[in-house]
Design a protein around this ligand. Structure first.
Ligand SMILES: Cc1cc2nc3c(=O)[nH]c(=O)nc-3n(C[C@H](O)[C@H](O)[C@H](O)COP(=O)(O)OP(=O)(O)OC[C@H]3O[C@@H](n4cnc5c(N)ncnc54)[C@H](O)[C@@H]3O)c2cc1C
Length: 477
């Protein structure tokens, strides 16, 4: 643990390392630069965009080894993926995700449109000047000495893979933004190791073609599970979609299940896998399957981070983190951006990043370590009382307007999410629950949403035309 008498560098312009150039890392870079810090973003891949940079390569089919071993391919996006959140609800406050001529202008565009948007964001704010690509961070630990600083060890993947190519740099602060949709979280099912068929993680699913003519079991009924089951059904002999309980079977899912009843079958729970290739379900029925695709979520992982036990991951709880951002004993020099799930992204990442940038510059102060710790413990206790499993610690719930709005006003004078955006979110969600196959293309806005969306389109386009060049000029000065 960190010694109590360690000196914190006086707050001002800090030399900050951001790990990762996805949505969260880019939001951090922009806010830190705005606040006058000296920022270096280290990104292991050859471009920015994180998850939204589709990668046709995969980590292969071995889920058992793959669950423990770090993945090599970062993005879990499949080729056909389209957003589940409306573009009007995704975007930075001053750089909206507005449709652009000649691009995918749909309300729920494909993954590439988000990647291009993030590239535009980088260009508009001159962020590439701070980003070092092909640089994988392999170790982050407290630097020796009387001041709390961090040694960051990285490898230049563009050059070579040898340990002697590692570089060490010392930073005043580190912002961790490495994402948490890459390392698959797998269920533990009896017989998994000996089952003779192919077992694939949704992380490695790209297209349906490899499953042509097969009997496929899709475990997990979240967004990816449903999307993948519906896509695979077009080429497979039959698909068995496994839900945890009937609660997951929304009206929309029930509709498609009845529409495709000849090829898609709902199952509840996988009981065990048999060596002969059978998959036995909770009701005792079974099927000989060729492939199982696990769509069972992802784990938080920070393989490079050594905090001497100050921050741990326990059943997907990263902690302790004050407001999901600062570990009390290491704040503010270590912070995490993008940990919460089910938030307006990147809007919320921007708010978190603004807070971190302002705390580092001394514009804002944090409560004492003890108070932050108490707050974390109270939060855990409240979650427990509400019956929320530990693994959902960072699910702050998109529909709870208070958390996001209070965060913004309390920590960084950030505007609350406008009412119409919540209305749009809710109506899109209800439409998705009812019309799984069509919700992205067929929707009916209420008059008030339609008016607000029209206004948004106009102002977003104007803002992009004027503010972005100004921002570029300002950043390059
Ligand atoms: C299939 C799928 C569908 C999704 N659909 C939606 C949606 O519709 N709407 C929505 O809002 N969100 C969606 N999401 C969630 C989305 O990924 C997040 O909103 C957001 O992209 C997370 O951004 P991030 O920057 O935290 O992480 P990432 O995008 O994962 O970026 C992390 C970056 O860190 C880099 N990195 C990691 N480790 C290191 C290291 N050691 N050294 C250097 N660099 C490193 C990675 O290469 C990557 O570029 C979806 C996610 C998935 C997987």
């Amino acid at each position: 643990m960190v010694s109590d008498d360690i000196k914190i560098k006086p707050l001002q312009r800090q030399k900050v390392c951001v790990i990762g150039a996805g949505m969260a890392g880019l939001a951090s870079a922009r806010e830190l630069r705005r606040e006058g810090h000296d920022v270096t973003v280290l990104e292991q891949s050859g471009d920015v965009g994180g998850q939204w940079r589709y990668d046709p390569r995969t980590d292969g089919d071995d889920p058992l080894g793959g669950a423990a071993a770090p993945v090599k391919v970062h993005s879990s996006m499949y080729a056909s993926l389209r957003l589940i959140s409306a573009r009007e609800n995704m975007g930075f406050t001053d750089f909206q995700f507005a449709p652009k001529d000649g691009r995918d202008g749909r309300r729920f565009p494909g993954h590439r449109e988000v990647y291009l948007y993030l590239k535009d964001f980088c260009a508009a704010f001159g962020l590439m000047a701070s980003v070092r690509l092909n640089t994988s961070v392999v170790r982050v630990a407290l630097a020796p000495g009387p001041t709390r600083r961090w040694t960051v060890r990285s490898v230049d993947l563009g050059k070579c893979h040898g340990a002697d190519e590692e570089e060490e740099e010392v930073f005043d602060a580190v912002v961790v933004a490495n994402g948490h949709y890459s390392q698959p979280r797998l269920p533990s099912i009896e017989g998994m190791e000996a089952w003779r068929g192919r077992q694939v993680r949704s992380h490695s699913y790209r297209v349906a073609e490899p499953f042509r003519g097969e009997v496929v079991v899709v475990v997990g009924c979240g967004e990816s599970g449903k999307d993948i089951a519906m896509e695979v059904r077009r080429v497979a002999k039959e698909v068995h979609l496994v839900a945890k309980s009937m609660e997951e079977v929304t009206q929309g899912l029930a509709k498609v299940l009845s529409k495709y009843s000849a090829s898609v079958h709902l199952q509840l729970h996988v009981e065990r896998l048999c060596e002969d290739g059978r998959v036995v379900f909770g009701d005792g029925s079974s099927v000989f399957a060729d492939t199982i695709i696990y769509c069972t979520g992802y784990n938080y992982t920070f393989p490079f981070l050594d905090t001497e036990g100050a921050v741990t991951v326990d059943d997907n709880r990263v902690g302790p983190l004050f407001e999901h951002v600062f570990p009390p004993s290491l704040a503010p020099s270590l912070s995490f951006i993008g940990i919460p799930i089910k938030v307006f992204a990147p809007w919320f990442f921007e708010a978190q990043a603004k807070w971190v940038a302002q705390v580092l510059s001394g514009k804002r102060t944090l409560p004492s370590e003890e108070e932050m710790m108490r707050s974390v413990e109270e939060y855990y206790h409240a979650r427990e009382m509400a019956g929320a499993p530990k693994k959902y610690t960072h699910d702050v719930s998109l529909f709870d307007t208070t958390y996001i709005d209070e965060f913004g006003s309390k920590y960084c004078d950030f505007p609350g999410v406008e009412k119409w955006r919540y209305e749009l979110l809710l109506s899109s969600f209800v439409n998705m629950l009812d019309n799984l196959e069509t919700f992205r293309d067929e929707y009916k806005d209420s008059d008030s949403i339609r008016n607000s969306v029209e206004e948004w389109h106009l102002s977003a386009q104007q803002a992009q035309a004027t503010a972005a060049p100004a921002a570029t000029k300002k950043q390059s000065q």
